[in-house]
Design a protein around this ligand. Structure first.
Ligand SMILES: [Zn+2]
Length: 589
């Protein structure tokens, strides 16, 4: 490919004067910065006040749009390497309803990336169309996400499966596996004066479980790798979702632990590993809840072709058009009734993208690491700009404003030591709406994982526990969240299933059972009792027997009710321990 060394000064965006002034100041600023310095301190926009102004016509909140866009960009950065650095937006369509993710990477996304993400979105679309069998679609989606992202996941875990990319220097490749480095985090998780308090104990227990799961991935070359990988990701999710925290980084902050641990690469990697399951949950929720389900039936992926590198007048080197800039340009050219409001990205925005986005004013982002990359440009787009002089004027104005701001920073002459990671895992800070969906399933399915044996573990009482759950699915619809959490001591319990019942949870020793009522169309009753066999013998019944030991996360046992029957009963146990008798009766619809 031949690359134009000098762009035509007119009639595109860049005039020779504008370009020389802008790049002159960019290069001067770049020369002032030493080592790890940046012109501004990193900024986390997710922590800013949510956008208060109501935007008419949009289905999703701004925060949710940004969060989902971040997810797709995160997945698209499927291999380590600058060419995979990606940005994405989520565009809503109202007539017909639909969602389009638009992806832009430093180099035009490769077909493997496009096909992989299309496959993932295909499962989400199918789930939206089916409107039932959530557990099955969720397992399938998780399987697909993990298999698509396998290389990157191995890279994050630094197991022996990881193949060092050619562009890597020696430093990064010498990192020991993540499970070895996790010990450093463990050393830091102690209460004041070495006290063991419940939150620390719970966190330690989940970090130890994660460390063991990661070690297994590294040491076993079994056919079972996919399951080991999924297990380690679920264990990361447990670590990242302690108590009401949604990331390990924030949880460590709340506990007031050493800042060096909070900001460590290991903590960031754990939050990113957890993200693979978080993405899966978010996409399943999106395709299930009635408000967005129809949109998800028409869920698409579009990509932007990257612009060729160019060297505008005054630039020191060939310059590139970052994904964020590509997306802004796309929506400048193709105006839209409901233009996206947020740009998600796989790496935090650089200083110049941050500045450009700010002066453009239409989009928000999650985070900026604020490092200055002088080989940055916006496309000249001469042909198109020549036909749109108003937009050209506006863009030239933006460049001038950026240039002025850079001049101001040069005069101020204050720079920031910046050791920030260039990418972070972001969490949605808003409360999620409860999911609602109709289903006509006549099958009751169970899936469960025994929790890692540990007396220290404190159960979370959030729906996050679906990573280690037993699920009972039935016919139906349900609304709102009225969670009920029970212990073995509470048994026997009888729970009325009404449209407002979402789930109930029962903790029995090492296993947590999660009874999910979201699919229930009619009212009914759930009874759970311990020591079920004696009652059974008294009545001379024979019930289906389910052993949860050895079940991995996505394995399932299906128990079919007798045709026409409105009653189902079974016994659940972990290798004979904690036997529970479960019976479900549902009323006439
Ligand atoms: Zn950038």
């Amino acid at each position: 490919m031949t690359v134009p060394r000098e762009q035509n000064a007119l009639p595109g965006i860049w005039t020779a004067d504008l370009s020389r002034s802008f790049y002159g100041n960019v290069n001067a600023l770049s020369n002032k910065l030493k080592g790890n310095q940046s012109p501004r301190a990193p900024k986390n926009y997710r922590q800013s006040v949510p956008r208060a102004k109501e935007m008419k016509g949009y289905l999703l909140s701004y925060e949710e749009e940004l969060h989902l866009a971040d997810h797709i960009a995160f997945l698209a950065h499927v291999e380590e390497g600058v060419e995979y650095v990606s940005a994405a937006v989520l565009q809503e369509m109202s007539d017909p309803p639909g969602f389009t993710f638009r992806l832009a990477s430093n180099q035009t996304p490769r077909s493997t990336v496009v096909n992989g993400i299309e496959k993932i979105l295909g499962i989400v679309r199918d789930h939206a169309k089916a409107g039932k069998h959530r557990q099955q679609y969720q397992s399938q989606l998780f399987e697909e996400i993990v298999s698509f992202s396998e290389k990157r996941i191995y890279g994050r875990m630094r197991t022996h499966h990881w193949v060092k990319p050619e562009h890597f220097g020696k430093g990064k490749s010498r990192l020991p596996p993540l499970y070895v480095r996790i010990d450093r985090i463990l050393e830091g998780i102690w209460g004041p004066d070495g006290q063991i308090i419940a939150e620390f104990a719970s966190l330690r227990a989940s970090v130890i479980a994660l460390r063991d799961a990661l070690e297994k991935v590294d040491q076993e070359d079994a056919d079972d790798q996919a399951n080991l990988l999924k297990d380690a990701i679920l264990k990361s999710y447990d670590v990242s979702n302690q108590g009401s925290s949604k990331s390990l980084e924030t949880h460590l902050q709340i506990l007031g632990l050493d800042e060096r641990i909070q900001a460590s690469r290991e903590v960031a990697e754990i939050d990113k590993l957890s993200n693979y399951w978080g993405i899966c949950k978010d996409l399943i929720r999106l395709s299930r809840q009635p408000e967005t389900r129809f949109h998800c039936q028409n869920l698409n992926l579009e990509i932007c072709d990257a612009y060729p590198a160019s060297q505008p007048p005054g630039a020191a080197d060939l310059c590139f058009v970052h994904g964020e800039v590509q997306l802004i340009f796309f929506y400048e050219k193709y105006k839209n009734d409901l233009p996206p409001r947020a740009i998600g990205s796989s790496k935090s925005a650089c200083f110049l993208c941050d500045l450009f986005i700010k002066h453009h004013g239409q989009f928000g982002i999650s985070h900026s690491h604020m490092k200055l990359y002088p080989k940055w440009t916006i496309p000249d787009s001469s042909e198109w700009m020549n036909q749109h002089p108003q937009q050209r004027k506006r863009f030239r104005g933006m460049i001038r404003s950026m240039d002025n701001e850079i001049c101001g920073l040069l005069n101020k002459n204050v720079y920031y030591h910046n050791a920030a990671m260039e990418s972070r895992a972001h969490v949605l800070l808003l409360e999620q709406r409860s999911s609602i969906a109709a289903s006509a399933s006549t099958v009751t399915s169970i899936s469960g994982v025994p929790r890692t044996p540990s007396l220290l573990a404190v159960r979370m009482s959030s729906s996050a526990s679906s990573s280690s759950s037993t699920t009972v699915q039935q016919i139906g619809t349900a609304v709102a969240a009225h969670p009920s959490i029970y212990q073995l001591e509470d048994l026997p319990v009888t729970i009325d299933i009404s449209p407002s019942t979402t789930f109930c949870e029962l903790t029995a020793g090492l296993v947590s059972y999660f009874f999910d009522f979201e699919d229930i169309a009619t009212t009914g009753m759930l009874c759970i009792a311990d020591n079920p066999r004696s009652a059974e013998q008294q009545r001379g019944e024979k019930r289906v027997d389910v052993n949860t030991t050895g079940l991995s996360f996505d394995s399932s046992v299906c128990i079919q009710a007798e045709p026409g029957s409105r009653h189902l009963a079974f016994i659940v146990h972990a290798d004979g321990r904690h036997e529970l008798g479960v019976s479900v009766t549902w009323h006439e619809p």
